[in-house]
Design a protein around this ligand. Structure first.
Ligand code: HEM
Length: 273
């Protein structure tokens, strides 16, 4: 990965560590490189799972459009949510551990979330049945559809300005622009609330979000970074870290289980309605 000043979605400038440079690839240890590439490999998951259905659709095979319509929100929607959670976890992990090897994942997951969500939008527009009307109805005919589409549209400026050149060109506006991610985060939660009410994947997304929000609160973040630097409160920090990681895992586990169930069905082209 390139040597970038990587402050995407970083919390306010209260901590000098939000201004670090990510380490150049040559200075990462072998273990760090393997870990980084393993996390990057996850980006292929939605395309592998949906590959057979999309190929059948492109080849014009009978029933393929219906299969894609049934799977796209389940696979691409769930993967977009997981990518968002992982992207938003990058900064809190840095706050807790001081690691920098994983920071390039913030940009990788950001861009891939956009691609995954955009493909979801395009497939929804092309393949959804007539229940929502024509193409416009399929992407905006209900409030939850409108919110999904809005989230994808708001991801465009983030993806387009994710390069080092755009970062330099935009200067201090870059960081302000990239705070849009928090608006997108709220819109996605609303999309899920309208779809599922106070249950299922909405509750899981809120549980996943809780530790990510907590570690972004400026006083919490300042306290943690200071304690880490001065090697204080080790037991307290370890206990809190355990609780936060357990909460994150408790929220994300059922989402991954759902994805593996529905993704497998999509892969063998027997989508679950
Ligand atoms: C950043 C963008 C988006 C995210 C993170 C997202 C996330 C999700 C998630 C996690 C689900 C639940 C899937 C499941 O039941 O397993 C879902 C469902 C759904 N999404 Fe989205 N979505 C996004 C954009 C969109 C767009 C653009 C559309 C269509 C225009 C859309 C339409 C739907 C529909 C129709 C469902 C219900 C699927 C069903 O229950 O069968 N979403 N979304």
């Amino acid at each position: 990965m390139v040597d970038v000043v990587d402050t995407s979605h970083a919390p306010p400038d209260t901590d000098v560590e939000s201004k670090f440079r990510t380490r150049p690839p040559s200075r990462r240890s072998r273990v760090e490189k393997i870990a980084l590439w393993s996390f990057r490999t996850l980006l292929l998951v939605p395309f592998v799972l949906m590959g057979p259905e999309i190929i059948s659709y492109l080849l014009g095979q009978p029933g393929a459009a219906t299969d894609v319509a049934e799977s796209t929100a389940d696979v691409f929607g769930t993967c977009s949510l997981l990518l968002m959670a992982l992207m938003l976890a990058v900064t809190p992990v840095h706050t807790m551990t001081g690691w920098v090897w994983h920071l390039p994942l913030r940009r990788d997951y950001d861009v891939c979330m956009f691609i995954t969500a955009a493909v979801d939008l395009i497939l929804a527009a092309l393949t959804t049945g007539e229940e929502f009307g024509g193409v416009l109805g399929r992407v905006g005919g209900r409030s939850f559809l409108m919110l999904g589409t809005l989230a994808v549209l708001l991801l465009i400026p983030l993806a387009v300005t994710s390069t080092r050149r755009a970062h330099r060109w935009l200067g201090s506006y870059w960081k302000k622009l990239h705070r849009l991610v928090y608006v997108i985060w709220a819109i996605v939660l609303l999309h899920l609330l309208l779809l599922f009410g106070f249950s299922g994947i909405f509750v899981q997304a809120v549980v996943v979000s809780a530790p990510l929000v907590l570690l972004r609160l400026p006083p919490v973040r300042r306290w943690w970074v200071e304690a880490r630097r001065t090697h204080q409160h080790r037991i307290v920090r370890a206990a809190i870290a355990l609780g936060l990681v357990a909460t994150f895992v408790a929220g994300i586990r059922p989402v991954i289980a759902e994805l593996s169930f529905k993704g497998r069905a999509a892969f063998i082209q027997q989508p679950i309605d």
